[in-house]
Write a protein that binds this ligand. Sequence first.
Ligand code: BGC
Length: 250
Amino acid sequence: MTVLGIDIGGSGIKGAPVDVKTGEFLEERYRIPTPSPGKPEQVIEVIKQIVDHFNWEGKIGAGFPGVVRRGVIGTAANVSKDWIGQNLAKLIKDATGNKTTILNDADAAGLAEMRFGSGKKYEDEFVLFLTIGTGIGSALFVKRELWPNSELGHLKIRGKDVERIAGDGVRTEKNLSWKKWGKRLDKVLQTYEFLLNPDVIILGGGVSKKFENYGKYLKNIDAEVIPAVLRNQAGIVGAAMAAAESIIID
Ligand code: BGC
């Protein structure tokens, strides 16, 4: 099946038609910068442009950076608060005529990484997938089954959200060395391990390709820690998977 996958982010909205069987894009990814301040009507306008770009008629799957329940946005940490309570699935359906499934962006990226990326060999494990960008997103998998909306980036250590301690946004804002940032990430992973005890931790997001710079500072973790391999297509592919299959509560 082919589904138009869309990844809604704070800086860009990206889409591509995905062959859900292979996880491959059928056409080159199309990206439009997220209009500031990213209010619902502005984002819907961009999604319409992406749908028009591909002349798309068919299912749509989209990842959103917040809690999503049955198409309705529950939280919006790094995007406009106007999103809270909006039925994004319905807004896209009404604007484009295409049936739409919405899920959390990290859940989407995790689904793709588990099926087509570095998670594919873990059949019987408990896997914690993290996507580290401006925010930290999380997805939990037990025997490959997703536990949605886990929001571990908002776990607090000494009163501070971990995404404000070890997000990639903090690393670039504060110009932290890989060593300094790696040690922060090590602390955060230790806390996750203490509470959840996963067998494997997969690190996704932009920093996944820089693993050799900070992997050596993740010293105090018993779980196997590995980088994701799918790069920035994961969110699009996973959103398409969720629309094609009955993976999330829809
Ligand atoms: C949001 C999550 C999202 C993550 C990555 C966090 O701030 O709360 O829902 O998955 O950022 O975008």
